[in-house]
Design a protein. Structure first.
Length: 323
C-alpha cells in the first residue's frame, strides 16, 4: 500500500467526515477550491473547502471548513459533478438528477436545506431510471450535457441542458447501451475523444470513441480488464492514463493509453489504497469493501478516494502512476 497524503483539518471537519456515512462518488470543483462527497447513506452532500499547494516534499492539503447540504431532491446520492464553481448536479439512484446552486458565501460548518434549480427527468422515450454516476460535458451557447449512468436499466443517457433557460433540458437521448451491465462510473477524456464507462456486471471498463455516429448500437472500441468490480473512473489531465477504483478489492488500477484506447488491455499497475483491516471491515460481499469514489484534482497532482469505511483519503498521483 502506498502512503497517503495527510491533511490538516479541524476536529469539526473530521467529525463531519466521520458522520457522512456511506459515500459513493466525489468531485473537485473547477477552481479546485471545493471537494464534494456524495453522502448516499444519509442523503446529503458534504462540501469541503480545500486547499492544495505544491511543496518540495509533494502536495500539501488543508481542509479549511465544510457545509452539509440536504434537500427533498437529494435521496440516495450516488453521483455528482460540478457544472461550474457554484453549480452542481447530483444523481439520486432512487430518484432523478437534480441541479443545485451552492448557498452564497464560504463553507463555515453550516447545514443548509436547499431547493433544486431544476430536476431532470428525461424525455418521453428517454426517461431517467436509477441514475448513478454523472459527468458534465460543456457545450456551446450556454449549454452543457449531463451523461448519466442509469444503473439498473444498463444504459447511459445524454441530457442537453441550457443554463440560460433555467437549466432546462432541451434534449434527451439514449447514448450508450452495447456491452453495459450496471454502468457504475463514467468519465470523458480531456480531449473529448473518449467516454469511459465502468460496467459492474461484466467487471470491466468500456471505452467508447466519441463520434457523430455514437449511439446505443455502438460497440465499445476498447475494454479495460482485470478489475473485480470497477466503480469510479478518471482520465489523467494528459489522457495518457486511466485510473479505475475497484470496489471488489483494495486496489486502484492504472491503465496506459499507448497509441490509443482501442482493444483489450490489462492494468499497467495496481496499487492498494486501503489496508487489509479497512477493506475486510467493509467486505460484506464480493462486490464491496474497496474504493468507490475517485477523482483527480485540477492541478493533476492529487488523487482523492472514498468508500464507506474510509471516508476520504488522498494520494500523490505520481506515486500511483509511477511517473
Amino acid at each position: 500500500m502506498i502512503d497517503q497524503i495527510g491533511f490538516e483539518a479541524s476536529d469539526a471537519v473530521r467529525a463531519a467526515l466521520s458522520a457522512v456515512g456511506r459515500t459513493e462518488d466525489l468531485r473537485f470543483s473547477p477552481d479546485n477550491r471545493l471537494l464534494a462527497l456524495a453522502g448516499y447513506g444519509r442523503r446529503r452532500c458534504l462540501i469541503l473547502r480545500i486547499d492544495i499547494q505544491p511543496t518540495p516534499d509533494g502536495p500539501s492539503i488543508t481542509i479549511h471548513d465544510f457545509m452539509e447540504l440536504t434537500s427533498e431532491s437529494m435521496g440516495e446520492i450516488h453521483g455528482l459533478d460540478f457544472i461550474d464553481d457554484r453549480t452542481f448536479a447530483v444523481a439520486n439512484r432512487d430518484g432523478l438528477v437534480a441541479i443545485f446552486a451552492l448557498p452564497p458565501g464560504e463553507p463555515t460548518g453550516q447545514s443548509n436545506g436547499i431547493a433544486p434549480l431544476r430536476e431532470i427527468k428525461g424525455g418521453l422515450f428517454c426517461k431517467l431510471k436509477t441514475p448513478g454516476s454523472v459527468v458534465v460535458r460543456q457545450e456551446s451557447h450556454g449549454r452543457y450535457s449531463l451523461l448519466v449512468c442509469n444503473n439498473y436499466t444498463h444504459r447511459v443517457t445524454r441530457h442537453v441542458v441550457n443554463r440560460w433557460l433555467g437549466h432546462r433540458a432541451t434534449g434527451n437521448h439514449l447514448l450508450l447501451e452495447q456491452g453495459l451491465d450496471i454502468p457504475d462510473g463514467i468519465a470523458v477524456s480531456h480531449d473529448g475523444q473518449w467516454i469511459a464507462v465502468s460496467s459492474h456486471g461484466t467487471r470491466d471498463v468500456k471505452m467508447y470513441r466519441m463520434s457523430a455516429s455514437l449511439g446505443p448500437d455502438t460497440e465499445p472500441a476498447g475494454i479495460l480488464q482485470d478489475a473485480n468490480y470497477p466503480h469510479g473512473v478518471r482520465f489523467t489531465a494528459d489522457d495518457r492514463h486511466m485510473l479505475v477504483a475497484d470496489a471488489g478489492s483494495p486496489m486502484l488500477h492504472v491503465y496506459e493509453r499507448g497509441t490509443g484506447w482501442d482493444g483489450r488491455r490489462l492494468p499497467a499497475r495496481s496499487i492498494a489504497v486501503l489496508d487489509e483491516e479497512i477493506f475486510l471491515r467493509g467486505r460484506t460481499n464480493d462486490e464491496e469493501g474497496g474504493p468507490k469514489g475517485l477523482d483527480i484534482d485540477r492541478s493533476n497532482s492529487v488523487v482523492a478516494v472514498t468508500c464507506e469505511e474510509q471516508t476520504l483519503a488522498f494520494f500523490s498521483l505520481a506515486s500511483i502512476t509511477g511517473r
